[in-house]
Design a protein around this ligand. Structure first.
Ligand code: FEO
Length: 401
């Protein structure tokens, strides 16, 4: 288990977790993920963040290849979520640091997770605080609610390096450590997946933080998950991509998600799709049975139009559609045009339920919900097609086309 030198005397000492699949409901890449931790050797040796509890052996092993863990003077804990801080107690026990730095709100999380920290040499820092570690300086910048209240980043101006905790990260596992060593399309997909399933609700905070990042001289961003952004072009690409995702400007692309009992609502989904496609809008149909809710969310993040369908079930909607709507609502996507549809046998509430959920999200609803009893015939399919067309026309209008 070798450390990787990123710059002179700055090393990656994290671990790759090939078994990781579920991150509080977000289904991560089938390859797993990476927990990154970094070491700087200077007059004061500093370890930035730790790793998930099961990976502490890998962290200490890599660290030992650079120096004895007891030679770590400072710990910087940029984020207290347990995929990074879960092994903190073992690391403190082993390294016995002279100081542990975290944000003011990080101290509260630390006290909650590690009551023993009352005996640790913890120092809370705030935005703009800095420490000298010899030839280098560490400047702290709080990034509250990106994505936890405690979150902060560490900037090392002498090395033009930003250690960014979860921000700019991706769930990617493998032997490569740098973005430029990985397939570009998969990299972008994993960034979007991470953003839309974790960071999206905090897009206003992202837009406030990006100018601060851009005001710094940075040629490397080292996040706590996945690949490291090396070189100014790579840094610019991820910052631009974050801005695009945070702005949530409408995109000419549509998603239809649905569940079905006896294929009637499914037929309506395909009819709605034809209405969108004849307007030239690329559209993807995703069954909630066949696709994980976070995979659907990743797609939704790239779509300006969203349609959803469910048959009526016990005067409401099918549970997988309800779960999908709950998940989407929590992530607060903005600025969508939407439509609802569903088949029914007798009571017929489902399409209205979905329309109500979209209303609560503040999405534009250009047409009434479309219902179809029993099996959709020509009229029912035409109504679903026209719904797709109405939503598509509203999207094109927003796009100025
Ligand atoms: Fe990767 Fe918010 O922890």
């Amino acid at each position: 288990m070798q450390p990787i030198e990123l710059k002179k005397d700055i090393y990656w000492v994290g671990c790759v977790d090939y078994d990781h699949r579920d991150f509080h409901g977000y289904s991560t890449s089938p390859e797993g993920t990476t927990y990154n931790a970094y070491v700087i050797k200077d007059e004061k040796n500093v370890l930035f963040d730790t790793v998930s509890p099961g990976c502490v052996g890998a962290l200490l092993c890599r660290l030992s290849k650079i120096m004895e863990p007891e030679r770590i003077d400072y710990l910087v804990i940029n984020h207290l979520e347990l995929d990074h801080a879960g092994s903190l107690a073992e690391v403190v026990e082993r390294c016995k640091p002279e100081k542990i730095f975290c944000s003011t709100l990080g101290l509260k999380s630390m006290q909650g997770y590690f009551p023993q920290c009352k005996d640790w040499p913890v120092q809370a820092v705030k935005s703009g605080d800095s420490i000298s570690i010899g030839k280098r300086t560490i400047v702290f910048q709080e990034t509250r609610m990106l994505h936890w209240p405690d979150s902060m980043v560490s900037y090392i101006p002498e090395d033009k390096l930003l250690i960014s905790q979860d921000a700019f990260g991706q769930n990617i596992a493998g032997s490569c450590r740098f973005v430029d060593e990985h397939d570009p399309a998969d990299f972008e997909f994993r960034v979007r997946e991470y953003y839309n399933n974790i960071v999206l609700p905090y897009s206003p905070q992202v837009l406030a933080a990006l100018p601060i990042v851009e005001s710094l001289d940075i040629d490397m961003i080292a996040p706590d998950h996945g690949l490291i952004h090396r070189g100014k072009d790579s840094v610019k690409r991820i910052v631009d991509l974050y801005r695009e995702m945070a702005e949530q400007k409408p995109r000419k692309r549509a998603l239809i998600f649905y569940d079905t009992m006896w294929h009637s609502t499914e037929k309506m989904a395909y009819a709605a799709c034809s209405g969108l496609e004849e307007l030239g809008i690329p559209t993807r149909i995703m069954s909630v049975k066949q696709n994980h809710h976070s995979t659907i969310m990743t797609e939704l993040g790239q779509c300006g139009a969203v349609l959803a369908g469910s048959p009526t079930h016990n005067n409401g909607i099918l549970p997988l559609v309800a779960a999908q709507l709950t998940y989407i609502k929590g992530l607060r996507p903005k600025n969508r045009v939407a439509g609802a549809f569903g088949s029914y046998g007798w009571s017929g509430e489902s399409a209205k339920c979905i329309q109500g959920a979209f209303e609560e999200m503040g999405w534009e609803l250009p047409a009434a919900p479309v219902r179809c009893s029993w099996r959709p015939g020509h009229d029912g399919l035409k109504a679903a097609h026209d719904l797709g067309r109405a939503v598509g026309e509203a999207l094109l209008k927003k796009l100025g086309e």
